[in-house]
Design a protein around this ligand. Structure first.
Ligand code: BTN
Length: 237
């Protein structure tokens, strides 16, 4: 495995934004910060970033974007493994790529394709985060955990390297591991789209990381992450 270059910052606007702007950064460049002033989440939302671990890695991949749809799901597996190795904690995956501990979100993942073979994978971990520093509106759904930060960063990078090395030949095994730890599977869910909400039953995960659902009329579908977000029928999860 080639060495990845790790650049550490105390504070940055957003590790994803900064890494995307460095158009000549080589494959495996990692930006990691303890705090972000303009952290970004999925669906154009901001990502509350008080003290924690905010890490982005740049991958340069030759495959067509349609062949890399499973990148997001495999990232969730890599980060779950890293947390488990370092802290012994057994995080659950909420489709598509939130990690939860005791029902609270401890990690969010944002994968951004730049359209030129560059992919920036951003990971926000509420590690050693003071719950009081979280925005009041997310205090009920966000969780924090503690562990040695440098050890976790090393484990995250190592597991991402492993994911990158096995992105094409490890897919089935990684998706199986994803499914085993995905709390969304086997539950009734609410699919939230831009223009409608629909109840369904989550039956599994396909090879692209899409959620396989069955609707009340018996029809089935593979829902991809850009298309809908998912909630439990009785609340956020
Ligand atoms: C989400 O849960 O909506 C995804 C959150 C992704 C946050 C990470 S923190 C590191 C990287 N930099 C960002 O601005 N966002 C990602």
């Amino acid at each position: 495995m080639g060495t990845w270059k790790i650049c550490k910052f105390k504070e940055i606007n957003s590790t994803n934004t900064a890494l995307k702007a460095m158009t000549d950064a080589p494959h495996g460049t990692v930006f990691v910060a303890s705090r972000q002033t303009a952290g970004r989440g999925r669906r154009g939302r901001s990502f509350c970033s008080p003290h924690g671990i905010y890490l982005s890695v740049l991958l340069r991949r030759q495959e067509a974007p349609e062949a890399l749809l499973h990148l997001t799901a495999m990232t969730a597996v890599a980060i779950r493994r890293a947390i488990s190795e370092v802290s012994g904690l057994d995080a659950e995956i909420k489709w598509v790529n939130d990690l939860l501990l005791n029902g609270k979100k401890i990690c969010g993942i944002l994968v951004e394709g730049c359209g030129d073979g560059r992919y920036v994978i951003g990971i926000g971990l509420n590690c050693n985060t003071d719950p009081e520093e979280l925005a009041p509106e997310i205090r009920d759904i966000a969780g924090c955990f503690s562990c040695d930060e440098d050890t976790l960063i090393e484990a995250v990078v190592r597991n991402l390297q492993d994911m990158d090395a096995h992105l094409m030949d490890g897919r089935s095994a990684w998706i199986r591991e994803y499914t085993e730890h995905c709390m969304t599977v086997g539950k009734p869910v609410l699919l939230v789209r831009a223009d409608c909400r629909q109840e369904a039953f989550a039956e599994g995960i396909d090879e692209n990381g899409a959620l396989l659902v069955r609707y009340a009329d018996g029809k089935t579908a593979a829902v991809c992450s850009g298309e809908a977000s998912v909630r439990g029928l009785d609340g956020y999860f």
